[in-house]
Ligand binder design. Structure first.
Ligand SMILES: [Zn+2]
Length: 259
């Protein structure tokens, strides 16, 4: 029983930590596109501009206590901030539950940070149709960290993973003059490939392209708008690939008799 409560306490701490990081991700999504400082400058209400007090900055809780309204002007605060905090917290718990933390704590930690970066990519690309270079550099550094701290992938797999999708994407970007796909998408696949390795990034791309194509068709039918962000769908593909990519690739090879 005491072991159970020990686990419960650890996962509770992981949840709280995930929610706090989620709160920081909101700042990144809001400020990175306009090159604002991530640490300087207090958060303020989007409607009245009033500086938000420290007691109203507690992730998840503050929004619930204030019933989603600004303390000063009572304007609605977007539920998206809280959704991102809860999402990041739940993902951290799931990742540690899937990978475990006893044998190898660095792998789930790296995957958690990767997921946080993907959340930023997802929402920033939806909002602004661009993917911030700083985030892509962080993802690439996670790939380097995985090689030195975890070492479960060969450097060949990680290096080929970085180039095998990003180069075809780059060609599509150049040929279509950024109409079919943006430079950010190609760079995203480079840095994600470095983290995931060759097998998982191929699975990630497949999932991302299928989701993106379906979403693109739906968007075109409903809005007639051709400007489409691929990044969010690639991010979901990368997230799935990061957890199950290698197993899915091995299963495919086995079923198709290729291995
Ligand atoms: Zn306000």
């Amino acid at each position: 029983m005491s072991v159970f409560f020990c686990y419960l306490a650890v996962y509770f701490i992981i949840f709280i930590f995930g929610a706090c990081i989620g709160s920081f991700l909101n700042v990144c999504i809001l400020r990175l596109p306009s090159d604002e400082s991530l640490i300087k400058g207090a958060s303020h209400c989007m409607t009245c501009g009033e500086k938000i007090k420290k007691r109203d900055l507690i992730p998840i809780l503050s929004w619930c206590i204030l019933k989603g309204k600004c303390r000063n002007c009572k304007a609605d605060i977007s539920p998206r901030y809280t959704v991102i905090e809860v999402l990041n917290a739940i993902l951290y718990v799931l990742i540690f539950a899937i990978f475990g933390f006893m044998k190898q704590p660095f792998l789930p930690a790296i995957i958690c940070l990767l997921f946080s970066c993907l959340i930023v990519v997802f929402f920033m690309d939806l909002d602004t149709n661009t993917i911030n270079t700083g985030i892509l550099i962080v993802i690439a550094l996670l790939g380097v960290a995985r090689y030195f701290l975890v070492g479960d992938l060969t450097w060949q797999s990680q290096l080929i993973g970085a180039f095998c999708i990003s180069i075809p994407f780059l060609i599509i970007v150049i040929v279509s003059r950024e109409r079919a796909m943006g430079m950010g998408d190609a760079l995203l696949m480079f840095s994600a490939g470095l983290v995931l390795g060759v097998k998982a990034i191929i699975i990630a791309t497949f999932i991302g392209l299928v989701l993106g194509s379906v979403a693109g068709l739906i968007q075109k039918r409903h809005t007639g708008n051709n400007k489409f962000a691929f990044g969010p769908w690639l991010s979901i593909g990368i997230a799935v690939g990061a957890i199950w990519g290698t197993q899915l690739a091995d299963l495919y090879l086995k079923l198709s008799g290729l291995s």
